[in-house]
Design a protein around this ligand. Sequence first.
Ligand code: T4K
Length: 405
Amino acid sequence: MKMNQTIQSKCLAVLGAPPRFESALHVGRPNVGDRERLFVRLNDMLDRRWFSNDGPLVREFEAKVASIAQTKHCVAMCNATVALEIAIRALEMTGEVIVPSYTFIATANALQWQEITPVFADIDPATCTMDPRSVERVISSKTSGILGVHLWGRACDTEALEGIGREYGLKVMYDAAHALACSRNGRMVGGFGECEVFSFHATKFINSFEGGAVVTNNGDLGSRLRLMRNFGFSGYDKTSHLGVNGKMTEVCAAMGLTSLEALDEILEVNKANYEAYERCLAGMQGVSLFRHDKQESNNYQYIVLEIDPEVAPLNRDEVVEVFHAENVLARKYFWPGCHRMEPYRRLQPNAGLLLPNTEEVASRVCLLPTGQAVDASMIEGMAEILEVAFQSAGEVKDALSRRGH
Ligand code: T4K
């Protein structure tokens, strides 16, 4: 930075300047595909008068998702949380299932909702996915499965987790909410384990407003999932399974298809944004950007910064405060970890003892905006905020403590 220190610190909103950004920059601002194509699809849908229940747009969406995931089957659902619940039930998991605590609360809730205990395993801090050694340590006589999460689009150590699954007779499935269009060892996420679950929520890089899908290569499982998402109906007035309403609507599939048509474009934007952050943050004291394996396919949909409190002049919470003051709505995903959120905090008060890496990573992480709503000049602006804040760390800390931070 070329400005002198006094001028720099005066630029910070946390020290009384106006915010750098007039309108808020969000983590998870939806990407929007070609709206004309969306309107055409919606018009056709209205003419067809077929709005839900396995309609033609849902079928087309499922075929496209299966082709990206390179799986034989895709069953679209109303959201990923319900998709997880249905998949867990279709796999007949019971008792205890091992999950990371460092994930969105929906992963754990999908189990607890069906009175299955999520047993939390620790993560490998380098990949933010479950550490297989930690998984093995928490297996008990009640364990029926392992639910891995490909956090930030980085696939789990699938070979190790599935090896443990085979050894102990456990079902293995994945929450792939972040990992559409990502790969592990050149194989697309989708075909690992018994099944995998994608999210197409508004905040995901490919969105269907709300939506989810289970993908699998197992035909029997695929058929069971289809029955279960539609009350168990196998014909008029005939059910052949316990079921629920987990259907995706045609409106959502229309958005999903339109979004998928823009997939290459969005991937390009995300990658360019990631590289711009990489350039702008290079050499910043105690700040590291989550590393993707560049040999693999990645969707770069999250910009994940780790702030090392031993090295950086400000800690993660202070950094988030600084950004919020500037109208950059940075997030602390997934702090404080599921085990420190209700109902798990109450049900499993000692879970944290086995989760040192989860606790440490969750206290250091800060997510910044990306996607179509963000461009290079905004990224430069955000990096500049951080740099100026670090250079004025003393004043920033004083100002935050006066605010009761
Ligand atoms: N597994 C994992 C690992 C997940 O991350 C998720 C969801 C799931 C399972 C479950 O998937 P779904 O059942 O949702 O399909 C958001 C999303 O709601 C959630 O889908 C996502 N993960 C999670 C990481 O982020 P919140 O509670 O942080 O959402 P909220 O309302 O704070 O919105 C995030 C930001 O996006 C805000 O700054 C506002 C902005 N936003 C949001 C929406 C909905 C917009 O600008 N426009 C919008 O339409 O959970």
